[in-house]
Ligand binder design. Structure first.
Ligand code: FO1
Length: 320
């Protein structure tokens, strides 16, 4: 049987989950590892919640809520209603099925297990055979500075509906946090590394800011392909375009290229942009990045699968 291609996807939430799903749909052709951002993680009601890991896990398990882009589909909210009765905060909505994930994860962490091992156990229980790796087992928390001062990420993103202009982003704990051995091994042995169409500031940056990961990616034998999270000047979901503007980057495919080239020189070999942005290809080439044009709006399984296959072809790993 043809040896499978090892693909590592650096992923945030929504866009990362869809890109990962595209590779998962290629079945045995691809051995998929997803390195997930944990900077969005939070503790609420005494539970440890890992939104980006859960979005990827639920998507790969076929149980994601496609409308909201987070949590579980066909969800019920009885526990949330009872929490409300107790006067508990419910601005960060936790559905009954989703709560089971946080209960099991919190109990295993309290028993001393690593987040890496807990995530593996949860995925296995949901028949997800993709290796979903937290970027680190150490605490990292994304904070954003707005005109009202520093905010925890979920305060900014959910409670304040990411309406604030972000003036600065920081990752508390990043100085001492280290990528797990599993993460470094996956990067080292990958045939292809994919930077998913995730928010460069709060999904991709926490992963690449972890001590040792950038060097691992730069010295890996695998090519690195990034997919623009911006199509036609807008983010497909979430505040990426708004953040780029307030943080000084033009919200466009070219702006993404400039951001990646400036912040992580020589890390991205090919930037995949949407057909709608093909006119920016030459300017992207001038930044030392190879542009590739493809359909990068991947709402359906077929679109996700097709983009995954196209990325393998671009990397010289799939049928031409
Ligand atoms: N996002 C919201 O906009 N509103 C919510 O109430 C909400 C709850 C929630 C619960 C669990 C979970 O895993 C994610 C949740 N999210 C919610 C999304 C979350 O803020 C984002 O997935 C990431 O942090 C950003 O990618």
């Amino acid at each position: 049987m043809k040896s499978s291609t090892s693909v590592v996807v650096l992923a945030g939430g929504y866009g990362g989950a869809r890109m990962a799903h595209g590779f998962a749909l290629l079945g045995d052709e691809v051995e998929l590892t997803v390195i997930g951002n944990t900077g969005d993680d939070l503790e609420l009601h005494g539970l440890y919640i890992s939104p980006d890991l859960d979005t990827v896990m639920y998507t790969l398990a076929g149980m994601a809520n496609a409308e909201t882009g987070w949590g579980v589909r066909d969800e019920t909210w009885s526990a949330a209603a009872m929490l409300e009765s107790y006067g508990e905060p419910t601005w960060f909505r936790l559905g009954d099925r989703d709560l089971a994930t946080h209960i099991v994860r919190s109990a295993q962490l309290a028993a001393g297990d690593r987040l890496t091992d807990v995530t593996r156990d949860l995925c296995r229980a949901l028949d997800v055979d993709t290796a979903l790796l937290p970027m680190t087992d150490d605490p990292v928390r994304t904070k954003v500075r707005t005109k009202d001062g520093w905010l925890d990420f979920q305060d900014y993103f959910v409670r304040r509906h990411h309406q604030d202009d972000v003036e600065e982003v920081r990752f508390d704990g990043i100085e001492t946090a280290r990528p797990s051995q599993e993460v470094l091994a996956a990067v080292e042995s990958a045939n292809l590394i994919v930077v998913a169409p995730s928010n460069p500031y709060v999904s991709v940056a926490p992963i690449l800011s972890l001590g040792g990961i950038l060097d691992a990616v730069l010295s890996a034998s695998a090519p690195t392909i990034a997919i623009s999270p911006i199509v036609g000047g807008a983010a497909l979901r979430g505040p990426a375009a708004q953040m780029m503007s307030s943080l000084g980057t033009e919200p466009s495919a070219l702006g993404i290229a400039a951001h990646y080239a400036g912040r992580w020189p020589n890390m991205v070999g090919t930037l995949v942009i949407d057909e709608a942005d093909a006119a920016q290809a030459d300017a992207i080439t001038a930044l030392g990045m190879e542009p590739a044009t493809a359909g990068i709006v991947i709402a359906t399984d077929e679109q996700q699968r097709r983009l995954a296959r196209e990325l393998l072809r671009i990397a010289g790993l799939g049928p031409t």
